[in-house]
Design a protein around this ligand. Sequence first.
Ligand code: MG
Length: 336
Amino acid sequence: MKIDMSHGAGGEMMQSLISSIILQNINNKSINGGIGLEELDDGATIPLDDYEIVITTDGHTVDPIFFPGGDIGRISIAGTVNDIAVMGTKPLALTNSMIISEGFSMEDLEKIIKSMDQTCQEADVSIVTGDTKVMEKDKLDKIIISTTGIGIAKKGDIITDSGLEIGDKIILSGSIGDHGIAIMSYREGFGFETDLKSDVGPIWNIVEEAMKIGGIKAMKDPTRGGLANTLNEMSSKSKLGMLIDEDKVPIKEPVHAVSEMLGIDPYEVANEGKVVLGVEAEKADQILDAIKKTENGKDAQIIGEVTDDNHVIMKTSLGGKRILEAPIADPVPRVC
Ligand code: MG
């Protein structure tokens, strides 16, 4: 058997590769009783006295490297700091490993670095160490950027993606499909002159406002595999189900139109500036109000609730119900 593109596209194919080849062949998967590799959460933790070091890592292969609303530099920062943020922890610092193809434009590299710096300033994080390597042309497609993020939380403050309880409300911080559909439409030749822009950006500000109120049971960022994958992962890890109201899930008009035209389900494509929160029902309205006051969370909605079912059920606009399945693979490869 050989690896194919769907093994890296954040759905059931990738999950099975991780379970069969990776998890089975690594013996040491956690340290000091912290969250480790086995949990497949957004990040891991290393308990140390009264604190936990929160760590995550992410390689970025997005194609194209410049796209409407962002570039590989911005996504390399946002992708990683957001995985720290959804652990309930403020991201502090990053490492940056770049592998660059021989012949790559210096001007483009400088643009990418400036974009990383800009995103770091927005997220209030620092790049504290890095590595730069070059490979022969034809052996690498332009550039790959891998970043590792770190944060420090007080012991007990960590929020996982699996703590849901029956009756909790599900909050989504804004519209879905913006990133995956922007990438796809650019590849299809729509160019930069489009209403479709990626949502790529840091989301710690949203998490911070929500955490001030408290009552967050679980969090995750709906990246590869989209909202469909994230809701299924959160509910299956909590061994519960969800009832989601389709009318409450924000989808921008151009995203809707292009999705239909390309035959892609916006529920299954990556978002790079959104967060899904499972929260105590009594606190849900207050958390929603707080999130709506942030610029990148102004379209947030309570989209559903946790049930004792073991499926994610969608109440459709027409009044019917259907199971919202996790995708086999994100329909748009190399999206981050
Ligand atoms: Mg994540």
